[in-house]
Design a protein around this ligand. Structure first.
Ligand SMILES: [Zn+2]
Length: 366
C-alpha cells in the first residue's frame, strides 16, 4: 500500500467532526514537527466555540514566491469506530454507519506526503505555506477567522474539490443570506379582523412578487423558510422569510438584493405594515481569470502528468472563496474523491498517488 494511503487511513481514524478537531490538530502538529515544520494554531477555536484553531505552517524554499496549500480538518460527521477497506484499488468505508471523510482528509494526506517527499529527498521547491482549517463544513467558519497578516502567500491551492485530478475550480459564486422580518398588527380573527394587518399575508405577497429560482445566467435565488403567526384565531402580527442568493456576478447579486429590499418594503407599506430586510454576505466569490498564475500552473502541471485539465465553475463555497476574498488567489483542486458527504464516498489508490505527483509538478512549475 502506498505511504500516502496508509497516512490517509490513519487520518480517517482520528475523529474530527466540525468544532471537534482537537485530536487531529494535535496529530498534525506532531506529524509536521517530525518533518521540521512548526504548525502554529490561531484563536479560531475559541472564537467559534470549537476545540481547535486553524493550523499554519511555513517551510522555507528557494527564491520563488511562496505557494500556499490549504485543506480542512473537519468532516461532515463523526467517524468514531470507522473501518476503512481497500478493495480493487478503491478506498471506502466498510459499513454504512460512516462516511469515509475523504473530504477533506485526502487533501491533508496528500500535503503530508508531498512535504515529506520534498524534505526527505531534499528536492528544490518554493517556500510553502500550509494552512489547515477548522469548521469548513458548517459555514467555512475557520477560514473566516484566519488573520491575513499571518499569511505570506499571495496565491495557492485549496485541495478540497471532488472529481478527477485535473479539475480546477476557478469560479464560484458569492453567497448572501437574507432575512425579511414582517410586522403587521394583531387582532381577534373573528371579532375584529378589520383592525388586524396580517404579516403572513404580506409575506405571501412578497414571495409571489419575487423572482425565484434561476433568475439569470449568473444568479440563483431561494426563499428557504417561512415562519410566523401565533394561533388560528389571531391575525398574525409577525412573520419571517429567510433565503439565499448566489451569483457569479457581484453586480447582479447586489442588484437582485436591492430589488428584493424595495419589493419587501413597498409590499409591506401597501398593507400598512413594515418589512425589515437584513442581508449578510456568507462568502465572497472566486473569479480567477484563465491567465492567473494559479490557473496557468495547475493546467500546465496537469498536462505534464498526462491528465486533461478542466476549468470548473462551482455552485458552492469553500475555504478558497474566503482566501480569494482576502486577496490570496486560490483555485480549488479536484482531489480524486467522489460522492463526498455520502456513505458511498471513495477514492482510488492510483488517484491518491497521482495527486501527490500533481503537487510535485505544481511545485516545479510554480
Ligand atoms: Zn470539503
Amino acid at each position: 500500500m502506498p505511504d500516502v494511503v496508509t497516512e490517509f487511513i490513519r487520518l480517517v481514524q482520528i475523529d474530527s467532526p466540525s468544532r471537534n478537531e482537537r485530536a487531529l490538530a494535535d496529530y498534525l502538529r506532531q506529524r509536521f514537527q517530525e518533518l521540521g515544520i512548526m504548525l502554529t494554531e490561531d484563536t479560531a477555536g475559541q472564537n467559534i466555540n470549537g476545540t481547535a484553531g486553524n493550523l499554519i505552517g511555513f517551510l522555507p524554499g528557494d527564491a520563488r514566491e511562496p505557494l500556499l496549500l490549504c485543506a480542512h480538518m473537519d468532516t461532515v460527521k463523526s467517524n468514531q469506530g470507522i473501518e476503512v477497506v481497500t478493495k480493487d484499488g478503491k478506498i471506502s468505508s466498510k459499513n454504512q454507519e460512516h462516511i469515509l471523510g475523504a473530504d477533506d482528509k485526502v487533501g491533508i494526506a496528500a500535503i503530508i506526503q508531498f512535504v515529506q517527499d520534498l524534505v526527505r529527498k531534499k528536492l528544490p521547491h518554493p517556500p510553502l505555506e500550509l494552512v489547515f482549517t477548522v469548521a469548513e463544513e458548517i459555514g467555512i467558519l475557520g477560514a473566516k477567522e484566519l488573520s491575513i497578516t499571518q499569511l505570506q502567500s499571495k496565491a495557492g491551492y485549496v485541495l478540497d474539490s471532488g472529481g478527477p485530478i485535473g479539475t480546477i475550480v476557478n469560479q464560484a459564486p458569492v453567497h448572501y443570506e437574507y432575512t425579511i422580518k414582517i410586522s403587521g398588527r394583531a387582532a381577534h380573527a373573528g371579532y375584529a379582523p378589520e383592525y388586524g394587518i396580517s404579516a403572513i399575508q404580506i409575506g405571501a405577497r412578497i414571495v409571489t412578487a419575487l423572482d425565484l429560482g434561476r433568475v439569470d445566467e449568473y444568479t440563483t435565488a431561494n426563499i428557504g423558510r417561512i415562519s410566523g403567526g401565533e394561533a388560528d384565531n389571531i391575525v398574525p402580527e409577525f412573520a419571517q422569510l429567510t433565503g439565499e442568493v448566489r451569483s457569479h456576478s457581484l453586480a447582479r447579486a447586489q442588484q437582485y438584493l436591492e430589488q428584493l429590499r424595495n419589493t419587501a418594503v413597498e409590499v409591506a407599506r401597501d398593507y400598512g405594515g413594515v418589512a425589515e430586510v437584513r442581508i449578510k454576505e456568507s462568502f465572497p466569490p472566486i473569479q480567477l481569470p484563465v491567465e492567473a498564475k494559479v490557473i496557468q500552473v495547475a493546467q500546465r502541471a496537469a498536462s505534464k502528468l498526462g491528465v486533461e485539465p478542466q476549468l470548473v465553475t462551482s455552485g458552492g463555497g469553500s475555504d478558497a472563496n474566503i482566501l480569494n476574498g482576502r486577496g490570496i488567489s486560490c483555485a480549488n483542486l479536484g482531489v480524486g474523491s467522489y460522492f463526498e458527504h455520502t456513505r458511498e464516498e471513495y477514492i482510488q489508490t492510483a488517484d491518491f498517488v497521482l495527486l501527490v505527483e500533481y503537487l510535485k509538478v505544481i511545485a516545479e512549475e510554480w
